[in-house]
Each structure stands twice: as structure tokens, then as C-alpha cells.
Design a protein. Structure first.
Length: 162
């Protein structure tokens, strides 16, 4: 996903990083010149880590970290929306819906926050239900590009929607 963000460029863009975790992708986007990055996660520990990392890298003026359940506390529109969501239902104590429902919610709501000419990036792995996610992506009405990279004995699939 980091390679895709770099390839598309973030210079001057307003970016939403949903499921930011410790904020790694938000940091990459900010370091590559994003005008503003909104980094969201539902997990308080991730929010703490993302805030700490933004501060430690001197990017608190560019990265706004928001604790949010999906798009609940997101406002505005974005040039790029990154979905870095859990692939599985297990191991996420703060997520009370299934991974399938999470992807469904994300792909239903994300286009409403996308600026004209913008891009949605969503990543998954071959051990997830890729067919289900592919069907959701195909139903957005957006143009879809599917990129696959084999790493760590796993296929990592990035869907790029425009």
C-alpha cells in the first residue's frame, strides 16, 4: 500500500487514512507532501500511537488523528481515501462487526467523501475473502484497478478505485 501511495503521489492532497493503526501510511503521505491527512481508527491504543508518531516526526500540523467508528466522525471530502481495514474477525477487541460488514460499510460510504478525480485505495490479503471484497469493489460504480504483490508467502491485493 505504501508503494501505491507513493506512486500516485500525495503532494498537495487531502487524504483520509481509515484504519490508521500507528499511523504509518498517514506518515508516508504527510512526508510526501500531503496538504492534510486525517488518520482515523476505532482503537484508542492506535489513536495514541498515531498521535505520538505524528508528533515524533514533526507532522502534527499536517496529520489530524481522530478516533472514529468508520466515517462516524469524518467530515469534508478527500483527494485520496485509504482503507487499511482488518482482514479477519479475530484479534480486534474494539471492532464489534464482522470484517465483511466493515468492508461493506467502507465501500458504501467512501465514495460519498471522495473529491472528483480522487482515488480510493483498499488493501486485503489472499487469506481474506478476496472474492467478497472484489464483488463489493465492483459494485461501487467506480473504475477499478487491481494490483497484486506477493510478499511473505501471501498475495497482497490493492484495489485502486477512481
Amino acid at each position: 500500500m505504501a508503494k501505491r501511495i507513493q506512486a500516485l503521489g500525495s503532494n498537495g492532497k487531502i487524504i483520509l487514512d481509515m484504519g490508521t493503526g500507528p499511523g504509518t501510511l498517514a506518515l508516508i503521505a504527510a512526508k510526501k507532501g500531503a496538504k492534510r491527512v486525517v488518520a482515523t481508527d476505532i482503537d484508542p491504543a492506535c489513536i495514541e500511537a498515531a498521535n505520538r508518531n505524528a508528533k515524533e516526526h514533526g507532522l502534527s500540523n499536517v496529520i489530524e488523528v481522530v478516533q472514529s467508528d468508520g466515517f462516524e466522525k469524518v467530515s469534508g471530502s478527500f483527494d485520496m481515501i485509504i482503507g487499511n481495514l482488518p482482514f479477519r474477525d479475530k484479534g480486534w477487541e474494539n471492532i464489534v462487526i464482522s470484517a465483511k460488514d466493515l468492508y461493506s460499510r467502507f465501500l458504501t460510504e467512501a465514495p460519498n467523501y471522495l473529491n472528483k478525480g480522487g482515488t480510493i485505495l483498499i488493501v486485503t490479503a489472499s487469506f481474506a475473502d478476496v472474492g467478497f471484497i472484489r464483488s463489493l469493489v465492483d459494485n461501487t460504480g467506480l473504475t477499478v484497478k487491481e494490483l497484486v504483490e506477493h510478499k511473505f508467502h501471501t498475495d497482497w491485493i490493492v484495489f485502486q478505485l477512481t
